[in-house]
Design a protein around this ligand. Structure first.
Ligand code: NAD
Ligand code: UDP
Length: 324
């Protein structure tokens, strides 16, 4: 069943109340689409979608993607899955189920409706990479039995399922491999490095660097990433991906800590804690494919993106103090 106006789509966003999902829902509403946000609120928050609740084109459904879903939509973005190591390691069996059963259920829905489906995959499929920067053709270096495996292998299996539905059922698929993304609406205590360091800096608490701080990540501002996701969904039918999306500017974790201390004028001291098992040493996306196929290029430099994120966390702290 097609929508009455072909340019206006009914779009399903799983994980729509999470960090990326809520930005994506807003961007899709801004483009005039109708949005169905499906979330079990495992790590998502109502406050992330509060501004959209009164929009007649926005609908929210509490549902766990590990179970089948019967709805009528025109397109699916599958984002449901905790993304912070602290959250995805809290209940690792549920993490694998969300990635694998969630993918099967959403692919089944896309197959029944003959619609396009985009998977939010991750740079974690490259594991601790032996190739630098990471290109999509690299198969990765992933420990299948470590503490990060529930997430990494779950996401790898989801990619396999997407390609098998593509080959076996001619389903139109899109796979985005997302690199570390940050910005407003991140959960302040979710354990990811940007949110941890900003919260610690704003409270003048010690900044906890795991390992020596010489491991690298390449941080992408959320607005840039969302543009990339939508461009991939709207790209030519024959572009399945996987396509890397992120920002190629690589920083050590120590550099990130110092930059956040500078931008917050914090009195925090840096302290060092043991590096968690299987923590990747380096990560940087090769964006050649995204640039060529999608014209994708991130525009927000780290300083600017961090400044906006710091403002968001300052407001969060102020609001919470008022409530207590
Ligand atoms: P998030 O934890 O903020 O959002 C995930 C959302 O999925 C939450 O709203 C959560 O409640 C929901 N969810 C979890 N399990 C579910 C289930 N079984 N059924 C329904 N909803 C469920 O994380 P995020 O940063 O917004 O990440 C979104 C997606 O992007 C994830 O799939 C993640 O793997 C992927 N990704 C994110 C990053 C990043 O840097 N943010 C990097 C790579 C990949
Ligand atoms: N990290 C850190 N201190 C923290 C949180 C994270 O030094 O308080 C490090 C972590 O060990 C990793 C990097 O920062 O090397 C990025 O961690 P994050 O959990 O944000 O993402 P991922 O490891 O999944 O890229």
């Amino acid at each position: 069943m097609k929508n009455y106006n072909s340019s206006v789509k009914r779009v399903l966003v799983t994980g729509g109340s999470g960090f990326l999902g809520s930005h994506l829902c807003q961007a899709l509403l801004d483009k005039g689409h109708e949005v169905l946000c499906v979330d079990n609120f495992y790590t998502g928050r109502r406050s992330n979608i509060a501004d959209m609740l009164f929009n007649p084109r926005f609908e929210v459904l509490r549902h766990d993607v590990c179970f089948p879903l019967y709805v009528e939509v025109d397109e699916i973005y599958n984002l449901a899955c905790p993304a912070s190591p602290v959250h995805y390691q809290f209940d690792p069996v549920q993490t694998t189920k969300t990635s694998v059963h969630g993918a099967i259920n959403m692919l089944g829905l896309a197959k029944r409706l003959h619609i396009k489906i985009l998977q939010a995959s991750t740079s974690e499929v490259y594991g601790d990479p032996a190739i630098h920067p990471q290109v999509e053709s690299y198969w990765g270096n992933v420990n299948p039995i470590g503490i990060r495996s529930c997430y990494d292998e779950g996401k790898r299996c989801a990619e396999t399922l997407f390609f098998d539905y593509y080959r076996q059922h001619s389903l139109q698929i899109k796979i985005a491999r997302i690199f570390n993304t940050y910005g407003p609406k991140m959960y302040p205590n979710d354990g990811r490095v940007v949110s941890n360091f900003i919260m610690q800096a704003l409270k003048n608490e010690d900044i906890t660097i795991f390992g020596k701080g010489d491991q690298t990540r390449s941080f992408c501002y959320v607005g840039d990433l969302i543009r990339g996701l939508i461009a991939l969904m709207e790209s030519d039918d024959d572009l399945t991906g996987p396509v890397n999306l992120g920002n190629p500017k690589e920083n050590t974790i120590l550099e990130l800590a110092k930059e956040i201390i500078r931008l917050t004028n914090s009195k925090s001291k840096i302290i060092y804690k043991p590096l968690p098992q299987d923590d990747p040493c380096r990560r940087q996306p090769c964006l050649d494919l995204a640039k060529k196929e999608l014209g994708f290029e991130p525009t927000v430099p780290l300083e600017q993106g961090l400044t906006k994120t710091i403002q968001y966390f300052q407001e969060f702290i102020k609001e919470n103090q008022q409530e207590n």
